[in-house]
Design a protein. Structure first.
Length: 215
């Protein structure tokens, strides 16, 4: 092959790759492992976080309102799972949430879940911009999950995990399960007790994520 033809082919290949995200490019996994930036699309139910300035205007302060982050302790990363949005609008990679979050695993057949979900909705509304509340409809019929979300007026992002992948990765604990996740994607605390109320959510977020949400 002539040098001129090689040059033409190389230019065409570069042009084709320029229109791809990192995950679509040939050898993307190898590039990510080598430290290259990885572009991960999220579902429209949970838009990707965008950099923002601190509300206080202090460049050294956290954009998420974290005061004093608690020690790392025995934190572990979120399982590397991709789950679809409950509303079918896309897929979300849990390991790339990129913000402090409270993740609640629930199901339409779980009575304690139905008791605590309204508290999560109220907290999500109050904590918007500081803590992202995410629900995961687990081991459920999708239509039943959607009906429950609609009936309870849930407006925070909800994912769908028909095969209980996330719960299984958390040692198969019974529902409901609530994860308190820091901005680095590490599980700071796993709660698996009685139905949560809004006041207890406040306490646990402050204790494990170091975030104080105004009343």
């Amino acid at each position: 092959m002539s040098r001129a033809r090689v040059a033409v082919v190389a230019v065409a290949l570069l042009a084709a790759l320029a229109g791809c995200t990192a995950d679509e490019r040939p050898g993307a996994e190898g590039s990510a492992a080598a430290g290259a930036p990885r572009v991960i699309p999220t579902g429209t139910c949970l838009p990707a976080p965008s950099p923002s300035a601190s509300p206080s205007g202090d460049p050294g302060a956290s954009a998420y309102g974290v005061l004093d982050a608690p020690p790392a302790g025995d934190r572990r990363p979120l399982p590397d799972l991709a789950l679809p949005c409950l509303d079918g609008s896309g897929t979300v990679e849990l390991s790339w949430i990129g913000r402090p979050a409270v993740i609640n695993l629930w199901a339409s057949w779980c009575q304690p879940c139905l008791v605590e979900l309204p508290a999560f909705q109220r907290y999500a509304e109050r904590a918007a911009g500081q803590i992202t509340v995410i629900g995961v409809d687990t081991a459920d019929i999708r239509d039943s999950g959607r009906e429950t979300a609609h009936k309870l007026g849930l407006t925070f992002p909800n994912l769908y995990d028909s095969q209980s992948q996330l719960r299984d990765a958390l040692d198969g604990k019974p529902l409901p399960v609530t994860l308190f996740v820091d901005a680095d994607g590490s599980i700071a605390h796993l709660y698996n007790g009685k139905a949560l109320d809004e006041a207890t959510l406040d306490e646990l977020v402050q204790q494990y994520l170091g975030v104080v949400v105004p009343e």
